[in-house]
Design a protein around this ligand. Sequence first.
Ligand SMILES: [Zn+2]
Length: 284
Amino acid sequence: MTQHFVCLTFDYDNTSIAAVRGEATPTAISRGDFGMTGAARLLRLLGSRAIKTTWFIPGHTIESYPASCQAIVEAGHEIAHHGWTHRPPASLGRLDEEAELVRGNAAIEALTGRKARGYRSPSWDLSPHSIELLLKHGFVYDSSLMGHDYLPYQARDGDVVTLQEPVSFGPDTALVEMPISWSLDDYPAFEYTRTPTGILPGLMNAEGVLANWWADFEYMARHYDWGIVTYTMHPHVIGRGHRLEMLEALIERLTAAGAVFLSMEAAVAEYRRKYPNGRSERGK
Ligand SMILES: [Zn+2]
């Protein structure tokens, strides 16, 4: 039986990105505030299609924009972990990384009544400690790695890469990896950002991004009987009119092609049905 799934995922970063950069001017804050408008528009769009999605929300956002986050919960979407601050684990030591997991989970538990099942690292850069810490804190899945585009797999722990030796792959773990890609992320495509080290140009034409995003689903539908495409979006980025028009057009095309929209947690359950012993992405 052919099964093609789509996970629409939203990283609800808002002002947490500016906070990491030490940007606290009114304009920088307002840029994050726009996420509230974007989130409200997204909830309307998703609700009109009865689509359930996953929102990775930093504790910084949960505690800064509580009413907006409450609305996401009330609409029935999954809330997952995205740090408390928006600092990537690779930039932290083990103690600080674990503190982020604990504090972020406390914010999520206060919001939803349960701890997160899923984790996505801020800025997609896990540390050598992340997999072990996620398992220790009861996470079921991660969504920060790029080892496949359509097929989840068991996250490995303890890989060793050196210049002069072949890669030494660590063992697969119980943590399910729901892989992602910068090419299916709205941030590099659309967000114009000046940083001390340069400019991220963004501002791509939405029709071009739609064509790219659709083609990744189309390829899966043509070449795989079973698979999942994960799109990553940010309410303060995708929430602009022309981009929401693009997202709505994408949803219509995907729906017409038979895509089944799932939260990431539900997609993990489908993966376990399909691969009861797990899938390995180890070098062979
Ligand atoms: Zn983020």
